[in-house]
Design a protein around this ligand. Structure first.
Ligand code: BGC
Length: 721
């Protein structure tokens, strides 16, 4: 009986697959039929109305046919504004939502399941609020620590991005609404984002900057995509023939709609022909009564078609894509999921992501977790008592509530700890070390068993997203990687007062810790960890949660150590920005050029220890199967992210010293051992040859490196392919 069941399984699975695929096709066919039918009924004016916004966050339907507007909301970290048609709308009473940890924190979990859970919360809250499209995930490659929007993005590594983005999108879209992957493509800085013309090799584009988007389309099935503000090879990304028409729509088969970033359309004819389906944006100068018919894809288009200069089929193609998304997500007809809002489950998901995303960077002498012997803690630093949800630009979230690090410690520690708080520094751009604040903080530290400094970057003033103290924010980049507001002086003084000092860094990525890192026993990277971030952080500091986050980007020692800075982050001569760092982004550069980072890509410590062993690498088709064991050799339960890197020993084109091609997060009880198997397909060994304009698998010997970070690979094997 058992045998029969097993034997029948493959056939059963195959029939299920066929049914599922068949159902999908007939579903698609039904949608296409509805779209075609509706399209036939529309006048030219109605069609043109549909291809541009009619408010800050909606585009028109056709009321005559009972087709309502398409309603959007910024993600990527929460659903904004209940009825928000504009950014500055008055606040309706229930205008708050679950504030999820930021994108880099999600990436630092290295847990694709949490990507799905993250998306599910967003999708569910969007559905509840009657939103059709969540403007996220943001997945631009983190190329330089200076980019103001790194916090919204995920990683310097295209493979890690690809694995997380798929779950995120499915999570959103399984709730019946659309995700919008953004900003396509090569939007790796904010300053002058509306002007810069990014130039890079085809190889860098294919190997580094596109894989996340490709996975979003082909594996995630994303319904909508947003073009970036910048130019790419001379054309604005939002209407870029190569990126949108050739690659996205033709090569990858994207069926959904391409919308512009807000105000990113610059030219009617280019938008018409180079792939933009929907022009979004709010011209603030037009408020309170903006005239959307004056948009590039407004009345001008009607005139162009009527005079015979543009074929109506060009408009039809855009409307077809918009209607396709509308029918697919039951905007026009059908049953929508109801969704839910600010539920306990959503808050728990936010906390879980923070718990798994916070990274323990350094922990000498078992400084953390704080033991029962610690009776008093001096909490220091502006970020300890600061809410972050309303900072950063378009990703701001009006949080239902937000537990700060200070509040979290108080809640979790209860009577166990005597907690004092001092601000330590001021947060306005250009603020220097404040002697009085430093002295107060140092005194508090001296009197306490342990000092915890919570500092790092800031998002900007609450409710003023483009404030002059914004470092992690839209439209700005960081001037350098140095700690702002005199925090170096503060930390050094606190360390002198109490060597048992823990530094918690908040922010979207690397910051220069070189002045004090060596003398600081424990350092924690907390990102902006969302609504329950303070709870998650406190649980980690107190040992109720064992940290398992890993850095999704390299932390250089000094800004100038990094490739983008060395190799031309800002073009001085013109608007042209040459990505001469090419494929050597992040650890690909640091490892290949043997530059020692402060903290390596993939690095993150635990309160337990893990042993890797029993590596086998076997050939399988044009790829390989890699298996190994991971054992928890310590005393507490924990999770390790086993990372698999591949290197080709000799190749016609130069290749990075190692590249991430697989990973798995494994939860283990003390003493427990698990076997991990990772299948590497042909693409894990291939590179993009821009002489041939194709991915090639060049035969040769490949090193397989497996371990706990990009710089700590405990296991090594080889395979000849
Ligand atoms: C941002 C987008 C955002 C849009 C709407 C733009 O400025 O670049 O990411 O979705 O505004 O708020």
């Amino acid at each position: 009986m058992f045998y029969r069941t097993i034997r029948l399984l493959p056939a059963l699975v195959a029939s299920l697959v066929v049914t599922a695929a068949g159902a999908q096709t007939s579903g698609e066919a039904a949608i296409n039929a509805k779209v075609a039918n509706t399209l036939k009924k529309l006048t030219l004016e109605e069609k043109v109305a549909m291809i541009h916004a009619n408010s800050g966050f909606t585009s028109p339907g056709v009321s005559r046919l009972g087709i309502r507007e398409l309603v959007m909301s910024d993600g990527p970290h929460g659903v904004r504004r209940e009825q928000g048609r504009y950014w500055g709308d008055a606040t309706p009473s229930a205008d708050s939502g679950t504030y999820l940890p930021v994108g880099v924190c999600l990436a630092a979990t290295w847990n694709p399941q949490l990507g799905y859970d993250f998306g599910s919360v967003l999708g569910s809250e969007a559905a509840y609020r009657g939103k059709d499209v969540i403007l996220g995930p943001g997945i631009n490659i983190i190329r330089s620590p200076l980019n103001g929007r790194n916090f919204e993005y995920q990683s310097e590594d295209p493979y890690l991005v690809s694995r997380l983005v798929v779950g995120y999108i499915k999570g959103v879209q399984d709730q019946g609404v659309s995700a919008c992957v953004k900003h396509y493509a090569a939007n790796s800085i904010e300053t002058r984002r509306n002007f810069v013309n990014v130039l890079m090799s085809e190889r860098a584009l294919r190997e580094i900057y596109l894989p996340g988007f490709k996975a979003a389309v082909q594996e995630g099935g994303v319904n909508t995509l947003m073009g970036a503000y910048n130019k790419f090879r001379g054309q604005y990304c939002t209407h870029n023939d190569y990126l949108i028409n050739q690659v996205l729509k033709k090569e990858w088969g994207f069926k959904g709609l391409v919308m512009s970033d807000w105000g990113a359309v610059h030219n009617t004819v280019e938008a018409l022909y180079y792939g933009c389906d929907l022009e979004m944006g709010t011209d603030l100068s037009m408020l309170p009564k903006p005239d959307y018919t004056k948009f590039f894809l407004g009345d001008t288009v009607v005139a162009l078609v009527k005079s015979g200069r543009v074929a109506e089929t060009v408009i039809d193609e855009k409307v077809r894509r918009i209607l396709y998304v509308m029918y697919k997500t039951n905007v026009v007809d059908g049953q929508r999921k109801k969704g839910a809002y600010n539920t306990k489950a959503h808050q728990q998901t936010a906390e879980k992501i923070a718990e798994e995303g916070i990274v323990l960077l350094k922990n000498d002498n078992k400084t953390l977790p704080l033991t029962n012997a610690v009776k008093s803690v001096a909490v220091i630093g502006y970020n300890a008592d600061r809410k972050q949800s309303m900072g950063g630009g378009s990703s701001q979230v009006r949080a239902f509530y937000e537990i700060t690090p200070l509040q979290g410690l108080k809640n979790v520690a209860g009577n166990q700890l005597n907690i004092t708080y001092s601000k330590g520094y001021n947060i306005y751009r250009g603020a220097q070390a404040d002697a009085a604040l430093i002295q107060e903080a140092a005194e508090a530290a001296r009197k306490a068993d342990v000092a915890i400094v919570v500092g790092g970057w800031t998002h900007g003033y609450d409710y003023n997203v483009w404030a002059d103290n914004a470092y992690d924010a839209e439209d700005v980049d960081k001037p350098d990687m140095k700690m702002p507001f005199g925090q170096d002086e503060l930390i050094k003084a606190v360390l002198e007062a109490n060597p048992k000092t823990v530094v918690v860094l908040m922010g979207g990525g690397a910051i220069d810790v070189s002045q004090w890192a060596a003398g600081t026993p424990a350092i924690v990277q907390a990102w902006y960890p969302g609504t329950e971030g303070g709870t998650a952080l406190a649980k980690i500091l107190l040992g109720q949660v064992n940290p398992s986050g890993k850095l999704p980007m390299t932390f250089p020692k000094k800004l100038e150590d990094g490739p983008a800075e060395k190799l031309g982050m800002y073009a001085k001569d013109s608007i042209n920005m040459y990505y001469t760092d090419d494929i050597y982004v992040g650890y690909r550069y640091f490892d290949t050029k043997q530059v020692e980072p402060q903290f390596a890509f993939g690095h993150g410590l635990s309160y337990t220890s893990f042993a890797f062993g029993n590596l086998t690498v076997t050939k399988s088709g044009k790829g390989a199967t890699v298996s190994f064991t991971v054992k928890n050799t310590g005393k507490v339960a924990g999770a390790e992210v086993a990372q698999l890197y591949v290197r080709q020993e000799v190749s016609a084109l130069p290749r990075p010293y190692k590249e991430l091609k697989g990973f798995q997060k494994i939860a283990l009880q003390p003493g427990e051992e698990k076997k991990v198997t990772i299948a590497l397909k042909e693409d894990a060994f291939s590179y993009y040859d821009d002489n041939k304009n194709a991915w090639v698998l060049e035969p040769g010997v490949f090193d397989i490196m497996v371990g706990s970070s990009s710089r700590t690979t405990q296991l090594a094997g080889k395979i000849n392919l």
